[in-house]
Design a protein around this ligand. Structure first.
Ligand SMILES: [Zn+2]
Length: 72
């Protein structure tokens, strides 16, 4: 466990939205990609880190599945 790891998925999603404001060149995955990740129980973060489906990366970013489900 790293000191930078967010305490909750909500905190990770909030940190990810801050990251969006500071970075460009990211894009949400399309549905087919998300389905493939879901099938493998993995996901990517906006900075391309590979994590668990509902995980966060070592940089404190939430996976796309967390980010997108928080928007629903
Ligand atoms: Zn990362």
């Amino acid at each position: 466990m790293t000191p930078e790891a967010p305490a909750t998925p909500e905190a990770a999603v909030a940190a990810t939205h801050e990251w969006f404001e500071r970075h460009s060149g990211w894009a949400p995955p399309d549905e087919g990609t998300l389905e493939e990740w879901r099938a493998d129980d993995v996901c990517r973060c906006p900075d391309e880190c590979l994590v668990e489906w509902d995980g966060c990366c070592e940089h404190g970013l939430a996976s796309w599945s967390l980010v997108l489900s928080a928007l629903d």
